[in-house]
Design a protein around this ligand. Structure first.
Ligand code: AMP
Length: 608
């Protein structure tokens, strides 16, 4: 889960009010240039710098821009709150003075979590569970791989879960609810106005109800007439709890929405969820997040595809290793080929329905050795279940031996990138490589080594969803082993292999990390061929001399730094996939608003 980018700063207080900030500054002595940072309750992901000058307080709001940079109105953009504060500690650039002395938080004063911080985790889980019907591991993976997008999606609809939100009720019904029970000043509710798409606030003061329209401007911001603008309704409400902003009083007690409905059935929930997503995606989201949705279209997330869901959902399916021939329809269309034979398109028929599949068909004349290899590949694949790894659905022994896999119809990553250069952004590549790192982290955890990780073996379900394939060379390590030693060298993809593979025939997750670095290089070169015209043995001496491939043009510095970490000569010093995945994730989250790489290159944490 993404933590607040300011969480590490000792002068960050979290979600405290202006007056609380002023109290802290007073206690710390009111020296000129004394400052602290707090969460902004007004703008999503924004902050406020509270600064002392001449025994007076000055508060500057720091907005988080749609491209994920941070800036004080009229100032320069910075890639994070820490960088922003550092900049203003050297240059006042319009502030009353430079930030001279941080007002440090005392140990008994933890960072105060904001309203959304508290809700975010549960909401993400609930949303993914309901929207994509995911549970367990698949749900966790969905959350990790798409957290930035999901958080935005949810933040803008968070009010729907609040006790003060009464959805669409007429003004009179709002009054009736406010008058029922106690009627303290500041009792309030939010309702949808009859004219669709806008909200109203109904507020009790002096036993009278006041109704206000909540304005919703063209850029998607919410506000009271002439009041401060907010990204979301819940933020506006939180702000109005502290400042009247033109209302007769601040908001105090929510008029709780308590209607007891019969428990909805699963189908009702599903229908509601779909309607809600439909309305959200097609009507609201383009208004709220012009940067997130390109021309009114939401890019498909991995969870939108049936391939994300575990086909072994039915526990009985797990037991079946062999598939009956009559469950398969084999197309003439060839998806690809290799030494073993070819991969054909097909359909797998089960009582749950028909699924498109890829079928690895062994040439009938092939000798026993190749057959054994395919059996071993099937045995490995059968033990793996992860959204970012091509799943095996079964093995079929009929006119020939056939390995039936789920279909990744867009095909190998290297080919896709080289033929779609203009369609694929750097952010897209980072997202796909993050998924590959998640799949590899899973393999590492299960003690499997892939031994053939390369862009040609990363298959795409769609432009946003990648899966690792080809387990022909893979090995399951023994519980106490951390490497596999090959007795003899085979037909090996040397350009993807770590020095210890070539020198000592030793393969481990750390050597897969080396291959991951080469795969990253291929991806950021849009399907380029590694080590250009060099032959395998030349590559060995190139690496041994300390040389490494150069940074592909347009590749973010942070990603190139990670590639070089993956190409650490000694496997003991090389990061494992836990670190690699974390590094990919932090960088992916930091640019997930399509920020140009040069702005965010340093946004992620360094790996070492
Ligand atoms: P392989 O020998 O496993 O690398 O497969 C050879 C080629 O067949 C790949 O490069 C892909 O083009 C295609 N292929 C293999 N598996 C699949 C799959 N699950 N879905 C779609 N195409 C596949």
């Amino acid at each position: 889960m993404a933590t607040d980018p300011a969480a590490e700063l000792p002068f960050f207080y979290g979600s405290i009010s202006r007056s609380e900030a002023e109290e802290h500054l007073k206690l710390a002595g009111m020296a000129d240039g004394l400052f602290l940072l707090r969460q902004c309750l007004r703008s999503l992901g924004g902050y406020v710098v509270s600064l002392v000058w001449n025994v007076e307080f000055h508060h500057y709001s720091v907005e988080k821009q749609l491209n994920s940079t941070y800036c004080i109105a009229g100032g320069k953009p910075h890639c994070g709150p820490a960088e922003l504060c550092e900049f203003y500690s050297n240059d006042s650039d319009g502030l009353v003075c430079t930030l001279r002395k941080p007002c440090l938080r005392s140990p008994d004063n933890p960072i105060r979590a904001g309203v959304f911080d508290n809700l975010r985790d549960n909401m993400l889980r609930e949303y993914v569970r309901q929207t994509w019907n995911l549970e367990g591991e698949a749900m966790e993976q969905a959350i990790i791989s798409q957290a930035p997008q999901l958080e935005k999606l949810i933040a803008t609809t968070a009010h729907e879960r609040m006790p003060w939100y009464h959805s669409k009720i007429p003004r009179q019904e709002g009054e009736r609810r406010l008058y029922s029970g106690a009627q303290p000043d500041g009792k309030f509710l939010i309702r949808d106005r009859e004219e669709s798409g806008t909200f109203a606030l109904s507020l009790m003061y002096g036993k009278t109800t006041y109704h206000y329209q909540i304005l919703h401007d063209k850029s998607g911001k919410y506000s009271m007439p002439e009041g401060t603008k907010f990204d979301t309704v819940w933020q506006l409400v939180e702000y109005l709890k502290m400042k009247p902003d033109g209302l007769v009083t601040v908001l105090r007690e929510p008029c709780t929405h308590m209607i007891f409905l019969p428990k909805p059935t699963h189908t009702q929930i599903t229908k509601c969820v779909f309607l809600y997503i439909y309305i959200y995606i097609y009507l609201f989201l383009p208004l709220f997040l012009p940067n997130f949705v390109v021309s009114n279209y939401r890019p498909m997330l991995p969870m939108d595809c049936s391939e994300f869901v575990n086909p072994y959902h039915d526990p009985n399916d797990l037991k079946k290793f062999f598939i009956n021939r009559d469950q398969l329809m084999i197309d003439e269309v060839e998806l690809g080929s290799g030494n073993f034979g070819c991969v054909k398109k097909g359909v797998f028929k089960t009582n749950k329905g028909h699924t498109d599949v890829a079928i690895k068909v062994l040439k009938s004349e092939n000798e026993k050795l190749v057959k054994d290899e395919m059996m071993r590949e099937a045995e490995i694949m059968h033990q793996l279940s992860n959204p970012y790894i091509v799943r095996m659905l079964g093995l079929c022994q009929a006119e020939c031996l056939m390995l039936v896999m789920e279909m990744a119809s867009v095909g190998p990553l290297n080919k896709f990138l080289s033929t779609n250069k203009d369609k694929v952004t750097v952010e897209n590549i980072v997202g796909l490589m993050h998924q590959v790192s998640m799949g590899m982290k899973y393999l590492e955890e299960k003690n499997f080594v892939h031994r053939d990780l390369a862009a040609r073996n990363v298959l795409l379900v769609n432009q946003q969803f990648a899966k690792i394939s080809d387990f022909g060379l893979s090995k399951a390590l023994g519980a106490d082993d951390n490497y596999y030693k090959a007795r003899t060298a085979g037909k090996w993809p040397l350009k993807w292999y770590a020095p210890e593979c070539m020198n000592f025939h030793k393969f481990s997750s750390k050597s897969d990390v080396w291959s991951f670095g080469v795969t990253m290089w291929e991806a950021f070169s849009y399907g380029g061929k590694p080590y250009k015209k060099m032959k395998g043995p030349e590559v060995i001496s190139f690496i041994a001399s300390g040389s490494r491939m150069e940074c592909p043009s347009g590749c973010p510095d942070r990603m190139y730094a990670l590639m070089k970490d993956c190409w650490t000569y000694k496997h003991e010093d090389r990061p494992g996939f836990v670190k690699v995945e974390e590094c990919m994730r932090v960088f992916y989250y930091s640019i997930s608003n399509k920020t140009p790489p040069e702005v965010t290159a340093d946004a992620a944490e360094p790996l070492k």
